[in-house]
Write a protein that binds this ligand. Sequence first.
Ligand SMILES: Nc1ncnc2c1ncn2[C@@H]1O[C@H](COP(=O)(O)OP(=O)(O)OP(=O)(O)O)[C@@H](O)[C@H]1O
Length: 567
Amino acid sequence: MLNINQEQAIHASGNLAVFACPGSGKTRTLIEKAAHLISPDHDDRILIVTFTKKAAGEIKERINKKIGPLSSRISVGTFHSVCKQQLEKGLSKKFNLVTGSKLIALVKRAMKQVDFEGKADDALQKIDAAKCSITAPTDAAINDLFEAYQELLRRDGKHDMHDLILDAVAEMKAGRLRPFGHKWIFVDEFQDTDHVQFEWLKLHRNPSRSITVVGDDDQCIYGWRNALGFQGMERFVNEFQAEVVTLGINYRSYREIVFPSACLINLNQDRMLKALDPARGRGGRIACNRFSTDQDEAEALANAATQAPSEWAVLARTNMALDVIELELTARQIPYTRHGGSGVWSKLATQVLLDLLQSISRQSNGGYDSLLHWMGVPEHELSQLHQHGQISYVGASYPDGDGISASTKKTINNLAIKFLDWQNLAKNKREELLLIGVSEFLMPAASTWDKEILARAISVLQRLKGSISQRIALVQRKQEEDIEGVGLFTMHASKGLEFTNVWIIRAEEEVIPSERSPESEERRLMYVAMTRAQNRLVISATSLNKPSRFISEAGLSMPKVGSPINL
Ligand SMILES: Nc1ncnc2c1ncn2[C@@H]1O[C@H](COP(=O)(O)OP(=O)(O)OP(=O)(O)O)[C@@H](O)[C@H]1O
């Protein structure tokens, strides 16, 4: 049954802002409101905008279940997908989008052009922030980087995801693109709206349309890319003359989880005070554990999740920290799904390893571009090899003066000799020796982190049983579509979701809070992660760093390494 405030939100007819604590039914209220408004008697349509594909998918599914065929009059999408659709339909625009590793490569090119020092991920974060703002970066170096990046995108005829929203706003402002015609627009997780998205919404303001936003300023975790948070929610109320409804009952989590979470977030300043009453009362569990290493942490997690994997979600501050967990789950053959971020088996180091093992086990003799590149053979020499028709490098001989350097020839010859040995080891079922040999061959060219990943990946392959091709198949196996298994999420990607049991890994100083964003935002991120748990919350740390300050701030204490595991 809905509570009185949820009912009020559902029946409000004008612009509306619903502000509330985690688990208080904001998303549920949006869904109930949509179901209430859609009627066979009129043809009103509703557009629901969210921030992640997963959240959009879940809303779609819940609406389909609730109202069946009428749900075709409700469109659900992320800001990006909605703007893409608006531009494609309204202006027949096509986008050549660049994402993932290709985007990082482009950022690296821009960094090189303007001598911008640092990691490509950090540089991309700065570019992201600039793109979500309506003013140019004030820092000259960031502005130069931003302009170089934009120029590369333009020259290559490419767009990034932000361009979709920026273009839609620019085209609507210029009068070339019409806003959506839906009578109702809903925005979930409104606290994460940035300046450009706010503009997009303003361009949809119209006396015959009602806009409903739901959000929680305590869950604003995208301040680093100019999310408006508390300020955006205030602006919406004033500029859209919206009615405000607050929800204060948490239906998701037991009291044992709600109270420490509230204790933590209460330490933040400049926030809307909200009630956070747990409707479920007592009955949940919260536990902290400390391990010597991240491998010990991964093993304890795998032990806990082995019985009912789909009841567990693992949340980490960084995507990289999930690699260790993914490797352990692979070794134990526990089903899992990695959400929002590339998995450990699609990283360059593990791909090179698996491709090489695949070639050895298939006795094939070709397709070594990625391996040779990994061994330091420059791109231009690889194309030279292809021009010479040398597609099978191993065992190939090269005429003098063919533009291939002596060191490359040495690398290839060395590989040719090893390759024959490895093929024999595979034929004779000496998998252990083969894995050691391949590991020794790949290691010298690996960066520090790649070395670690390679060593762990090799150890997983050693723990699996069978021929090399069987082990590769186990690693690469496609999980049954309906088996979710353990969910692996970054804390950012977990927003808006809920899970029976949550395990927060690496809750350590220098990890969370990270130096990359202000402490108050990191505290909100920890709060979001903690409040995803329905029944059980485990928080763990390793001895690599001190336990996160957020653990004691939440009124919890971290036991010593070696204490019995507490779940
Ligand atoms: N009136 C209610 N009675 C019982 N359960 C409810 C009620 N309203 C919401 N719930 C349940 O509470 C849980 C949390 O709801 P929902 O995900 O909509 O919250 P939310 O406010 O959007 O959360 P968050 O901000 O943390 O993402 C869901 O399982 C939902 O079904």
